[in-house]
Design a protein around this ligand. Sequence first.
Ligand code: KG4
Ligand code: ZN
Length: 351
Amino acid sequence: MQHFILGIESSCDDTSAAVIRDDVILSNVTAGQDVHRIFGGVVPELASRAHQQNIIPVIETAIQKANIGKNQLSAVAFTRGPGLLGSLLVGTSFAKAFALGLNIPLIEVDHLQAHILCHFIRNADRTNPIPSFPFLCLTVSGGHTQFVLIRDYFDMEIIGQTIDDAAGEAFDKAAKIMGLPYPGGPMIDKLAVQGDPKRFAFSKPNIPGLNFSFSGLKTSFLYFIRDELKKDAEFIEKNKADLCASIQAAIIEMLMTKLTLAMDAKTGLNSLIINGKILPDVAIAGGVSANSGLRKALEDARDAFGWNIFVPPVQYSTDNAAMIAIAGYFKFLRGDFGSQSDTPYARSQKR
Ligand code: KG4
Ligand code: ZN
């Protein structure tokens, strides 16, 4: 029997709805929020208001595009957290009312788990490869940078993470310093293509193990720009592509150095034989996994070290409801349902 599940994502500044038929996505509709651009970051109060305006049309469009009727839905899955509480409340309240109205189960989904589970979405002909357990995922988003060891769909262990800023924040803050609009990551990615990644070097931290720190890089970039602007007021304008390429290269190098450490044959996960499997598959997820430089670096590492890599399609990298729907599907199969008393959470929960 086929199951249709509606997924709803509203944790930050994207209102998104998706319909999945088992593990195949039928529709994935996202309304972004331009209102934040001039503020250089997400304004929580404005985000909640925009979610209120967008949620009904986005859900209606997702159901229409899936070409099903509401009464065919088996369950509704929603992002419970982490994220902005006011934003999460919009999706949570809608999901609760919708489930109650249709008398179908409600499924709460963790946003970070969902980013990882997007790798299990299948093509219509179900031929695309998916990772096998256990595997390693580098989750890189606007709020998180983590190494996660995934033993099963919902058996995930964080084995390293940032001690301050996330990788996405490093992109966004560097962009802001250069006067680029929010979100800066995609803009830096675009401009970096024409720039020289070796032109400028910035100091990098020395953090032990599998943890990261990005706040020092941001400060080094800020001071460098400030000093150069004293000598030439048009420094940023004249060197924008090289600045973007160089800061992007610095962030990618920090991520790849730690990923290589995690996958190292002697010290890292590859030294462990988990479930009889020696070489874990390695995946990336979250908004920064859309970055073309990071994707290329991972492909180079695959070619150099023989890693089996998994890179999500761009539409499943940045925030989207398809990932909520696939996570909802796996919970549905287990009968792992939420309840009307589930409340959103702003910070990551221990699971
Ligand atoms: O996963 P996501 O959409 O939202 C969160 O859960 O945080 O990630 C958003 C982050 C932002 O910091 C944005 O600048 C970054 O992902 N991002 C990128 C790219 N696309 C989005 N960073 C670098 N290159 C990109 N192409
Ligand atoms: Zn996200």
